[in-house]
Design a protein around this ligand. Structure first.
Ligand SMILES: Nc1ncnc2c1ncn2[C@@H]1O[C@H](COP(=O)(O)OP(=O)(O)OP(=O)(O)O)[C@@H](O)[C@H]1O
Ligand SMILES: [Mg+2]
Length: 313
């Protein structure tokens, strides 16, 4: 239903443009939970923002097309019609995303009325309580009168999800929705997103830097590095370690395992590359890759059969 084709985004502020996203393509099917993972700075948030046309100069889309239900989204008018309507987004920091001076009830009701300008106030209030019930907030009618600072981070993330659902979207983009929460609450939010996916057939793009998390929520995931797609992998393959790309392997090796007695956590040697035209004919991960050969330094691997690497496992 959503397809992203050859998307490239650059930072155009200097003579030496920095490529934030390079030639990204993927599609999201109805009712699917698709994961997107990558290190900090790999371009995950910019990807989400580009899908909703929320990037601003000097960050510029230089190539690519976005189709929703078979129709291309071309100008801001097309995006404005779907943003917060057919596609909703939730962010990492729920408490900071809510307005501290209004009750959560007022904020949900306002969102509902924005999407349904003809709805009566009473009906909107009822719908707000129904949404709070749907996101499993206890005593929803009473919680309507609470301010964001009176609720926990996990509760506020549920409120954000309720606001995101107020337009009855078909797609939810969740950008690190549980990163600021402790693990127990994280698990509850994951279960909630799964429930919404199952019961409402909501399609989800779940963005995180945490591979372990993806295996628990996503059917299939894309692994990004420095603005490029490295690999597409099912959660089952990720769990049993049959990844093809050296980067995905290295990233998986960094996920701590319960009961692990190592004194130090694994890390990938080196730091994330700033992608630029120097990598037009070179693998972007080569500098940190243990399998690199001469070929990787003089040619760029294409994304084919689910990975972009000349020397896959
Ligand atoms: N407005 C901007 N101006 C300049 N550079 C930007 C801007 N927004 C993002 N970038 C750069 O683009 C790259 C991708 O950023 P992005 O926020 O998408 O990363 P991310 O994968 O979401 O990271 P994180 O896991 O830390 O959220 C980063 O190198 C970032 O510094
Ligand atoms: Mg981000």
């Amino acid at each position: 239903m959503l397809s992203i084709n050859n998307l490239s985004v650059e930072l155009k502020s200097s003579d030496n443009p920095f490529i934030i996203l390079r030639d990204i393509s993927f599609s999201l099917k109805k009712g699917e939970i698709l994961g997107i993972a990558g290190e900090s700075g790999s371009g995950k948030t910019i990807l989400a923002k580009t899908i909703l046309n929320l990037i601003r100069k000097p960050v510029v889309k230089t190539n690519g097309s976005i189709f929703l239900d078979g129709r291309e989204l071309k100008d801001e008018k097309d995006f404005a019609a779907i943003r917060g309507e057919k596609i909703s987004m939730i962010f990492q920091n729920p408490t900071g995303s809510l307005n501290p001076v209004f009750t959560v009830g007022a904020q949900i009701t306002e969102a509902i009325l924005t999407h349904n300008p003809k709805m009566q106030k009473k009906e909107a209030l009822d719908k707000a309580v129904a949404l709070l019930t749907e996101v499993e907030i206890p005593h929803p009618a009473e919680r309507m009168n609470s301010y964001p600072h009176q609720l926990s981070g996990g509760m506020n993330q549920r409120v954000m999800i309720a606001i995101a659902l107020s337009s009855d979207p078909e797609i939810l983009i969740a950008d690190e929705p549980t990163t600021a929460l402790d693990v127990t609450i994280q698990q509850q939010i994951l279960l909630l997103i799964k429930k919404l996916n199952r019961e409402k057939n909501l399609s989800v793009i779940f963005i995180t830097h945490d591979l372990g998390l993806l295996a628990r929520i996503a059917d299939e995931s894309y692994i990004m590095y420095a603005g490029e797609m490295m690999e597409r992998i099912t959660s089952a393959d990720m769990e049993n370690g049959t990844m093809r790309h050296p980067y995905t392997r290295a990233l998986k090796a960094c996920v701590p395992v319960i009961g692990d007695s190592r004194e130090y956590l694994n890390t990938i040697k080196g730091t994330i590359t700033f992608n630029g035209h120097a990598f037009d004919s070179k693998c972007v991960f080569a500098d940190r890759c243990e399998r690199k050969t001469e070929k990787c330094l003089t040619q760029k691997p294409e994304f084919k059969d689910g990975f972009s690497c000349f020397h896959p496992f």
